[in-house]
Design a protein around this ligand. Structure first.
Ligand code: ARG
Length: 467
């Protein structure tokens, strides 16, 4: 639907984006109407007519035959007007004991809850992809980096699990956000509550909310749960962008640590040799718009007096775009990670041709009684010498070692990439035994986390059977 900016309603209209709340809006209205009838506020007959009319409208919207009216500004007005066309007089009773202020808020909360469950499910898929790759590459060693300088050898599985844990924190943040989203605002009216004997607990049960809001004025003006989602999404995109950057680097000819699947690269129109990592680059780029949406909503809220102000209508587009962007990015990454092929030989070579064992040589000297600071100096001189000679540490003769310290012995050649990683045998370290434990923990986390994400109140509020 195009936005006609020539009329004055075009400026206030939200129909072109709030249409996507139609399922939530109709579910909210049906629950409200059932509650009104149960409480004797409207007749059972009217309630039945309204519920039936709303169900028909839902079908019309789903089937694309609903006659949208742009002059009616938003979804809520469109549905109500259509209901009136369909069932006549009883339609006018739907909005008893309700305001668009608590109505739009319940719609957004229902929508956000679904979005969060979707987000968590997609994060789980990406974690699973990372874990699968880690399990497949238990023995692969590569240089770990600090300052993008080859630093110390690590297991590829350890590196991949680092991302697993980043995304684990994201999952936990979204789950916490869910708790604060899972609050029913309906029954707050315009701002002060409603002068009818409504049953808010029934509404909460019917719509699958864990609890009801405590203060009607807060409820109609609260958008904190959306800010939280945007903040959690911004951080999650930051994580995805970091992973994207490593995929870009690692798939470059300079690193050549991995090959992205054909699906996730594009050729250049003029340079036939190129395999551009466009998907990873776009993810890195799309992080910007998600940060933008967070700042936009914080700015919308800043300085708003209680209670509802029309500014709040600006909460939607940024939220929708954030969820869409994040979901698409998570899906791409799950696929990109699970289909990536790691170049084990090249990783090992990068570790071997660098001086990543320098720390281990210093630790070796410490084992022979040398103070660590002194050992550090000895190995620094030794590695510059090796670099000058264009030799790897293992290519140096024992005589050459002895030029730097008498404490070097034959067993210095036993310091290897394998011995280096094995020595990092502390909780959270890269020793194979620790990484085995970490893999098992990650597996358990995923198992337990998946059941947790799909558990709890209100997981299928919109698909509930009629009572
Ligand atoms: N489209 C509006 C929004 O999204 C619905 C609520 C309008 N309420 C009002 N009092 N004008 O915020």
């Amino acid at each position: 639907m195009s936005q006609d900016t020539s009329s004055s309603t075009a400026y206030t209209a939200s129909l072109h984006y709030d249409r996507r709340l139609y399922r939530q809006d109709i579910a909210g209205s049906m629950a409200h109407v059932r509650m009104l009838a149960r409480q004797g506020i409207i007749s059972k007959r009217d309630a039945q007519a309204i519920v039936k009319g709303l169900a028909d409208i839902q079908e019309e919207i789903r089937g694309g035959t609903f006659p949208w009216r742009e002059d009616l500004e938003d979804l809520h007005m469109n549905v109500e007007a259509r209901l009136s066309e369909k069932i006549g007089e009883p339609a006018g009773r739907l909005h008893t004991a309700r305001s668009r202020n608590d109505q739009v808020s319940v719609d957004m909360r229902l929508y956000a809850k679904e979005a969060i469950r979707d987000t968590v499910a997609r994060l789980r898929q990406l974690q699973q992809a990372l874990l699968d790759q880690a399990e497949r590459h238990r023995e692969v060693i590569l240089p770990g980096y600090t300052h993008l300088q080859r630093a110390q050898p690590v297991l590829l599985a350890h590196h991949l699990l680092a991302y697993f844990h980043m995304f684990q924190r994201d999952v936990e943040r979204f789950q916490e956000c869910y708790q604060r989203t899972d609050v029913l605002p309906l029954g707050s009216g315009a701002l002060a509550g409603v002068p009818y004997p409504i049953d808010r607990e029934f509404l909460a049960r019917e719509l699958g909310f864990a609890r009801i809001s405590d203060n009607s004025m807060d409820a109609v003006s609260d958008r904190d749960y959306l800010v939280e989602y945007l903040a959690d999404a911004a951080l999650c995109m930051a994580h995805l962008s970091r992973l994207a950057e490593e995929l870009v680097l690692w798939s470059s000819q300079e690193f050549d640590f991995l090959r992205l699947d054909d699906r996730y690269v594009t050729g250049s129109s003029i340079m036939p040799q190129k395999r551009n990592p466009d998907f990873a680059e776009l993810a890195r780029g799309k992080t910007g718009r998600v940060y933008g949406h967070l700042l936009a909503l914080l700015t919308v809220l800043k300085g708003l007096p209680l209670t509802y102000n029309r500014d709040l209508q600006e909460d939607k587009e940024g939220f929708f775009d954030t969820a869409d962007t994040l979901h698409a990015t998570l899906e791409v990454f799950a696929g990109m990670v699970s289909t990536a092929r790691f170049n084990q030989g090249r990783m090992r070579q990068a570790a071997e041709e660098s001086y990543v064992l320098a720390t281990d040589l210093a630790d070796y000297l410490v084992g022979k009684g040398v103070a660590f600071r002194e050992a550090h100096g000895i190995v620094a001189r030794l590695t510059s010498y090796a670099k000058e000679q264009d030799k790897r540490l293992h290519d140096l003769t024992l005589d050459e070692y002895h030029q730097f310290s008498p404490h070097f012995d034959e067993d210095v050649y036993k310091v290897t990439l394998e011995s280096s990683v094995a020595a990092r045998d502390v909780p959270g370290g890269t020793a194979p035994a620790r990484v085995e434990e970490a893999l098992a923990n990650a597996r358990a986390l995923l198992k337990e986390g998946t059941s947790k994400a799909t558990r709890g109140s209100g997981n299928t509020p919109l698909g509930r059977r009629k009572r």
